[in-house]
Write a protein that binds this ligand. Structure first.
Ligand SMILES: Nc1ncnc2c1ncn2[C@@H]1O[C@H](COP(=O)(O)OP(=O)(O)O)[C@@H](O)[C@H]1O
Ligand SMILES: [Mg+2]
Length: 294
């Protein structure tokens, strides 16, 4: 590396400080380096690498069984103990795989949060939704006052546009629609203002109109809070609506990654081309069956 030009006067101490801090600010928020995951002799993920910058959405797309969920669970250290995980996952300069279980627990749901696919199974059917959002706060801020807690819950419900939060925080999950239940899970994920949100097939269980509303909400939240997001889906058309960059997974490998436009206009890998061919477009011939992608 070229050395800096020498200055004609003694460098003030703060210059060293600025130089020292600068690389930290421009480093990616999350870096996954040579990650492999095996369940016994079955290799679910093989040597994948990607990064996510602060405030950026990376889409992870691939057919069912390609290793997307295993990758996201590894990031949160939620894989079963039988999984063998190698490689490195660095979040904000910390090596997640090396953290103590206690430190990892503090990150989970706080600086790194996740929304899951199934709104009905992820929510507790016998607990009011306000209490469930409150639990997410209390897990990380046990000393919060009752008043501040209620304010946080209502604010989170407002942020995800749940109707009438003041009157509905005592209602139970079954009193909400599927799309509203997904909004409740998103409220639980964002209530502690995470820096990275992992959304694993967050709209797959929803019908198309509701899916579009949830995608719009995630995009709005991402921009408003400068959230970084890992958005996982088997559907490239869905990923393209929210992601800045896309990584394509097949059989546990990332076969291609790049900016979303480049991937659409000039896909390099045959599997990416196959995914693109299976995505319906306005021009699709409705009489032709979709290319069989799954
Ligand atoms: N807990 C587990 N035990 C054994 N195999 C698993 C486990 N979780 C996932 N797998 C296997 O790992 C591979 C990747 O799964 P997954 O990450 O869930 O795929 P995706 O989310 O892309 O559909 C699959 O072959 C799946 O069967
Ligand atoms: Mg999955």
């Amino acid at each position: 590396m070229a050395s800096a030009p020498s200055l004609p006067y003694k460098t003030p101490a703060y210059v060293h400080k600025i130089r020292y801090h600068a690389p930290v600010d421009i480093a990616p928020l999350l870096t996954v380096d040579h990650l492999s995951i095996a369940f016994g002799s079955h290799r679910a993920v093989t040597d994948i690498s990607f990064h996510i910058n602060a405030g950026e959405t990376l889409g992870l797309v691939g057919e069912s069984g390609s290793g997307k969920s295993a990758t996201s669970l590894a990031m949160l250290r939620l894989l079963p103990p039988s999984a063998q995980v190698t490689g490195n996952i660095s979040f904000s300069g910390e090596s997640l795989l090396a953290l103590s279980p206690e430190t990892m627990r503090r990150h989970r749901g706080h600086s790194l949060a996740m929304i899951f696919q199934e709104p009905m199974t992820a929510l507790n059917p016998v607990m009011p939704i306000g209490a469930q959002i409150a639990e997410a706060v209390l897990a990380h801020h046990p000393q919060v006052s009752r008043k501040a807690l209620k304010e946080k819950v209502i604010e989170a419900m407002n942020q995800v546009a749940l109707p009438d939060p003041e009157n509905r925080f005592g209602d139970y999950p079954h009193q909400f629609s599927g799309g509203q239940r997904q909004r409740i899970l998103i409220a639980m994920a964002i209530v502690n203002q995470p820096r990275l949100l992992i959304a694993d097939e967050p709209t797959t269980a929803l019908d198309v109109t509701v899916q579009a509303q949830i995608l719009k909400l995630l995009k709005d939240l991402q921009v408003r809070h400068q959230l970084a997001m890992l958005f996982i889906s088997h559907d490239l058309a869905v990923v393209a609506q929210v992601a800045n960059r896309v990584a394509v997974m097949q059989h546990g490998n990332i076969v291609e990654q790049g900016p979303v436009q480049a991937l659409f206009h000039a896909p390099q890998h045959p599997y990416t081309r196959k995914l693109l061919a299976s995505a319906p477009t306005m021009r699709s011939d409705r009489n032709q069956p979709l290319a069989n992608m799954l």
